[in-house]
Design a protein around this ligand. Sequence first.
Ligand code: GLU
Length: 301
Amino acid sequence: MPLQPDPSYVGRFAPSPTGPLHFGSFVAAIASWLDARAAGGRWLLRMEDLDRPRVKSEAADRILAQFDAAGLHWDGEVSWQSRRLDLYREALERLASMEATYWCACTRKEIADSAITPDGAGVYAGTCRGGFARGKSPRAIRVRTKAEAIAFVDRLQGPVEQSVEREVGDFVVFRADNTFAYQLAVVVDDAEQGITDVVRGADLIDSTPRQIHLQRLLGLPAPRYLHVPVAVTAAGEKLSKQKDAAEGSSRDLRAALAFLGHAAPADVADGDLLLWARGAWDPSAIPRRRTISVNAAARSP
Ligand code: GLU
C-alpha cells in the first residue's frame, strides 16, 4: 500500500563518516529519503562521528558530495554527534542514578571466548554485575538487561523479538576508550530530534531491541522502524566503503531503486528519477529480505 501523507513524519539518515557511502548505504539513504518525502515529512542528516579512531576527516565531505550528486536534499543543518556530548553525558548520568548501569573491568579478550551475538560480538555473561574483582580497573560502563523478550514490528521485516540479556547480554554504553557508545547516542539523538521513523539497513535490526531497552529506561518514545535489505557481495560479504563507493550518479540511483523493488521505467529521464520514485514509493514493494547479493554488473543499468 502506498503511504498516506503524514506531515508529522520526521526521518533521518545517520552515516558514520568512516568512508564514502557504499552502494548498500546509498540504498538505505535513498529509502530513508523517499519514505520521508513520500509522506510529506522532514528528513534530517546526522553525522555519527563519535568513533574517533575510525572517523576520516574527508569522509563527511565525500558523503555530502554523494548526496548532492544524487539530488538528495536534507532539512536544516547537518548535526554532528561530536558536538552533542553533553546530551549523552546527561543520559548516562540518568541511567547511573537509576542504578541501571555498572562499571565493567573485563578486557576484550576475557569476553571474546563467550558465545557469539547476532552481530558477531561475544554475549556478555554479566561478570561485573555485582562489582569487579579487587585489583582490576574499571574500563567501560554497561547497562543491565532483562531476560524477557523485547518485541517490535518492523514495517518491512515484520515481528522481531529478542531477549537482550540472553542474546547480547548487558551491553556497553560508555566505551573503554572514553567514547559514548553508538547504542546510547543513537537513542538520545532520535528522541531529541523528534524522529518518528527510522529507515536503515537490516544489518542494524538486531541492535533495535537494545535501543528500545534504552528508550524504555530513559522514558523516551520509540520511533517506527523499517529495515531495508543490505547489499552484500555474491559471496555474502559486506561491501567495502572504498572499493564499492557509490557516486550518487543516475546509474547508481536507478540501481538503488531497482534493488528496492522500484525499478524506474526506461522513459523516466535521469533528472526525474527521484520525483518519479517519490510518487511511486510503496514500502511493501521492497523485497522482504535482510540481505541481497549484488555484483558490479547488477549495479549497472
Ligand atoms: N551510523 C550507523 C551506520 O552508519 C547507522 C546508525 C543508524 O541508522 O541507526 O551504520
